[in-house]
Design a protein around this ligand. Structure first.
Ligand SMILES: Nc1nc2c(c(=O)[nH]1)N[C@@H](CN(C=O)c1ccc(C(=O)N[C@@H](CCC(=O)O)C(=O)O)cc1)CN2
Length: 301
């Protein structure tokens, strides 16, 4: 039996991944004269989004890629945003397009995402990428689920036989950007997958069946310690800002302290899945640039 209570170092893993990406970017530049370019579009002034976009710009440059950030006012019309996306789609110097979410309420994120060229959709949110992932074709995979899977596989390799096949996976949350693609990825790994949501009956008992428990529900410390099966792998995707003793704190969707002793391994918040999101975005951008130029796509990093 493997030891309990291991903390998965997403921050460290993401750092290593960024270094490997930087190496491949340098090779791409040296051998093909190609520098991948990522454009991030932000509409409005949501403070958290502004921080994420700033981090994306800085890390994109740090791995040697070109970064452009387009800031639009909150009252930008949907038509104007769609026009901009059309221009970026047509610009051969742009390899990746990302529209930061959430968008202001007067815009349809589905419509906006649908306007992005699927080959430049480095978020992997376009319906063509979602469909391709669902049927097992090559696709751009959403960054947070992709990063979660990388951490999970690495933890399994470290603490177990590394095999996801046949494990029971329960994903709490059915969003298009995390829950559903995570389910597809785990299904591809031959897990038996259940997606739970707000109408699921007896959620605690369902969670107790999970060898792999993924929490993506957006509610602070929602998953209690005694919902975690002895020896489970717990991936906490939640990033919730709460106030404790007058101070702002970020916590996940899992009651970490209570879950830790039961889990074989668990991601913390912060420094768990979060840093993997941006590292995987860079990887998707690198791969998208290769596909667009007919170059071989680098393998697993
Ligand atoms: N177009 C997109 N919009 C959004 C996405 C996305 O993948 N594509 N995801 C989130 C926000 N996000 C990236 O955009 C993101 C969230 C969190 C982190 C992160 O590194 N979190 C840190 C804590 C950071 C903090 O102090 O706030 C951690 O968990 O350690 C990176 C990226 C919604 N929108």
């Amino acid at each position: 039996m493997s030891a309990r209570g291991n903390i998965i170092d997403g921050f460290g893993y993401a750092k290593g991944l960024r270094e490997r990406i930087a190496g491949r970017v340098a090779t791409l530049k040296a051998e093909h004269g190609l520098t991948p370019c990522l454009v991030v579009v932000i509409v409005g002034e949501d403070p958290a989004s502004q921080i994420y976009v700033k981090n994306k710009g800085e890390t994109t440059k740090a791995v040697g890629m070109e970064s452009r950030t387009i800031v639009l006012p909150a009252d930008t019309t949907e038509a104007d945003l769609l026009k901009l996306i059309g221009e970026l789609n047509a610009d051969t110097g742009v390899n990746g397009i990302l529209v930061q979410l959430p968008l202001p309420a007067h815009m349809s994120s589905l419509k906006v995402i649908d306007a992005i060229d699927p080959l430049k959709d480095v978020d992997g949110f376009h319906v063509q990428n979602a469909g391709r992932l669902a049927v097992g074709l090559d696709a751009i995979v959403p960054c947070t689920p992709l990063g979660s899977l990388m951490l999970l596989k690495d933890a399994l390799k470290t603490h177990d036989d590394g095999n996801l096949s046949g494990l029971n996976a329960v994903i709490v949350g059915r969003s298009n950007i995390v829950g559903k693609p995570m389910a597809q990825l785990l299904l591809n790994e031959n897990c038996t997958v259940t997606i739970a949501h707000s109408r699921t009956a007896n959620l605690p008992d369902l969670c107790r069946t999970a060898d792999v428990l993924v929490a993506a529900v957006g509610r602070p410390k929602f998953i209690q310690g005694d919902w975690v099966k002895d020896g489970a792998y717990v991936i906490d995707v939640g990033i919730n800002r709460i106030e404790v003793d007058g101070k702002n704190k970020i916590v996940g969707d899992v009651d970490f302290d209570a879950a830790l002793p039961r889990a074989t391994a668990i991601t913390p918040v912060p420094k768990g899945v979060g840093p993997m999101t941006i590292a995987c975005l860079l990887n998707n951008t690198l791969q998208a640039a290769c596909v667009q130029h007919g170059l071989p796509v680098p393998g697993d990093l």
